[in-house]
Design a protein around this ligand. Structure first.
Ligand code: ATP
Length: 579
């Protein structure tokens, strides 16, 4: 069984939810991964020059909250500017009630512990944590250039220099994790963010695993453990944790859904990351080790080089089958050295993967011909090369063409983490209904859920302007309509209430009614009471709008940055009723 031991670290949030500056500073000039370099100058601008010197306890009131940067399964991430220093951060807001309801306590705790342990220029830094009655806040290093997938999509695939540089940064970060005994378990371009100066920053440790023992390094002068590995001396503690206490306190004041049985189940279940990057050993026997990350690394190298996912079926089940059979097709004109490295990472037997402790470790991986002439010691001093496509187009043999694995396919707009494997493996029929198309549609980016271009039409009539995708969405929304009712406007919005930010599908109906639903679960969440006094108004220029009712103000942000459409549609609906 896949258990997740918890190691209590000295730098984990103090009890009582006090502000807790990350203990990064304890090794501010530490050597990690054997690179004797100072961390501080490498922190991407604009980051605090001295994250350790934070005498004052922080709270959310110390930050000016800006736009929503993204949404994860536990909550939203917003831009936050420290009022005192003007430094910008990404603030992850986790709703306690939601964490409890979704049984995510352990995952939230693991993520925080891993953030606290890490001290590497290519891993997102956690600077502060604090809490309010309703939320937990993680103040993180801001990565303003989106994620690696976003960068890859801009050019299709990376040229050799670019691939080598970014793979080297990923390797350096993964080596650091493994030296700390941390397995990421969900490495993929979406979890690799980009800083303002275009360095990669690995994030999303919610599915990470802290091994009982940190991975021993190879006998190699350039592989000493970093200062921060001293946390490995700490006592494993599987029963209590400050975060748990916090959430327990919260549960006392909510609906008390965090019953022990549920929590135990969550702990016992094993997250497997994302189908396309999952290693064969996880599929066959739910085994996970640092070697699983090497498989994912091979997948990422393939993806950056070719612009395609190495293993991609039309459903998760078919993807798992491809992984299990190592059903891998290379472009006909792939560089043989790159192909060799991919082949040595995508090896079925985990311990035979290049970089595995039993196969030379990271020092051997770094010596591969792919990195010939690459000065690892200079990695953090070199400016990143420009992101560009190779001069020669990547060519696949036509017979191997599987559009579903292409980056340009809408299927690959977003790959979603999946929880447990067993049902998907044993039940193909089940898996086909669980495929990534539906996952992507329900939880994917706004680009997948573009609203129809026309407004004030009966969208249910499937006008010519409406894409197939939109029709499918509208069809799904039909269940929220009353008899004879049609949709006047619909689209994804961020709905803000205090510091709670939720993604909702807002629907204006012909009755008229303004209802909002959970777009992932497709469940009704509420209704904005309609009256002729309702007043919609655009706020600023970043997609925000408010709907003022006699009793309450609803703050929204249109994900397509077209708040005007809501103001127009609502105003039209009011006028039509008046007439
Ligand atoms: N440090 C950051 N800087 C800038 N944007 C960020 C940062 N961290 C997260 N984001 C944005 O917020 C989104 C949500 O991040 P979060 O870590 O909460 O969840 P996730 O990685 O998408 O998925 P999940 O936690 O559900 O597995 C990211 O996809 C990214 O767009």
């Amino acid at each position: 069984m896949d258990t997740i031991p918890i190691i209590t670290t000295s730098n984990v949030d103090s009890g009582g939810g006090e502000t807790s500056p990350n203990s990064l500073g304890t090794s501010s000039s530490s050597s990690y991964s054997g690179q004797n370099i100072s961390i501080t100058p490498l922190i991407a601008s604009p980051t605090p020059s001295s994250p350790t010197v934070q005498p004052k306890k922080k709270s959310i009131d110390d930050f000016v909250i800006g736009k929503v940067l993204g949404e994860g399964s536990y909550g939203a991430v917003v831009l936050g500017t420290d009022k005192e220093t003007q430094v910008q951060y990404a603030i992850k807001i986790l709703e306690k009630k939601h964490i409890i309801k979704e049984n995510k306590i352990k995952y939230v705790q693991i993520e925080k512990e891993i953030f606290c342990k890490c001290n590497h220029p290519n891993i997102v830094k956690l600077f502060f944590t604090f809490r309010s009655d309703a939320c937990l806040y993680y103040v993180l290093e801001l990565c303003s250039q989106g994620d690696l997938l976003h960068q890859l999509k801009k050019v299709g695939s990376f040229d050799a220099d670019c691939t080598r540089y970014y793979i080297a940064e990923i390797i350096s970060a993964v080596e650091h994790l493994h030296q700390l005994g941390i397995v990421h378990r969900d490495l993929k371009p979406e979890n690799i963010l980009m800083s303002a100066d275009m360095h990669i920053k690995i994030t999303d440790f919610g599915t990470g695993k802290i091994m009982d023992k940190p991975q021993l390094t190879q006998t190699n002068s350039s592989s000493s453990l970093s200062d921060s590995t001293s946390t490995s001396n700490t006592t494993p503690n599987t029963s209590t944790g400050n975060l748990e206490q916090m959430v327990d306190q919260a549960s006392a004041s909510t609906d008390g859904t965090a019953n022990p049985q549920q929590l135990q189940k969550t702990r016992a279940n094993s997250f497997v990351g994302t189908a396309e990057y999952v290693s064969p050993e996880l599929i066959s026997n739910k085994e996970t080790s640092t070697d699983s990350d090497l498989w994912a690394l091979g997948c990422i190298l393939y993806q950056l080089t070719t612009g395609r996912l190495p293993f991609r079926g039309k459903t998760e089940f078919l993807t798992f089958q491809k992984v299990s059979n190592r059903d891998l097709v290379y472009p006909t004109n792939i560089n043989p050295v790159t192909k060799d490295l991919i082949g040595k990472l995508l090896v079925m037997k985990p311990s035979d993967r290049l970089g595995s402790l039993s196969n030379g470790g990271f020092s051997e991986l770094k010596k591969h011909e792919f990195f010939q002439g690459f000065d690892w010691d200079q990695l953090y001093k070199m400016p990143p090369p420009p992101i560009q496509a190779p001069k020669e187009k990547i060519v696949f043999d036509d017979s191997s063409l599987d559009l579903s694995s292409s980056l340009s396919s809408p299927l690959s707009n977003s790959t979603n983490s999946v929880n447990t494997l067993s049902p998907l493996i044993t039940s193909p029929s089940n898996s086909s209904s669980n495929n990534l198309i539906s996952n992507t549609t329900s939880s994917g980016s706004s680009s997948n859920l573009k609203p129809p271009t026309t407004t004030n039409n009966n969208i249910n009539n499937n006008s010519n302007n409406t894409s197939t995708n939109n029709n499918a969405i509208v069809e799904k929304l039909n269940k929220f309509l009353n008899a004879g009712e049609t949709i006047l406007e619909q689209g994804l919005v961020w709905k803000r209430k205090g510091f709670s930010i939720k993604k909702r599908h807002l629907i204006l109906t012909s009755t008229p009614r303004l209802i909002y639903v959970d777009p992932k679960k497709m469940e009704f969440r509420g209704e904005i009471p309609w009256s002729n006094q309702i007043k919609p108004e655009v706020k600023g220029n970043s997609g925000n709008f408010v709907i003022q009712t006699p009793k309450r103000k609803y703050n929204m942000e249109d994900l397509d940055h077209n708040p005007q459409k809501w103001v127009d549609s609502i105003t039209n609906a009011i006028n039509n009723i008046k007439i």
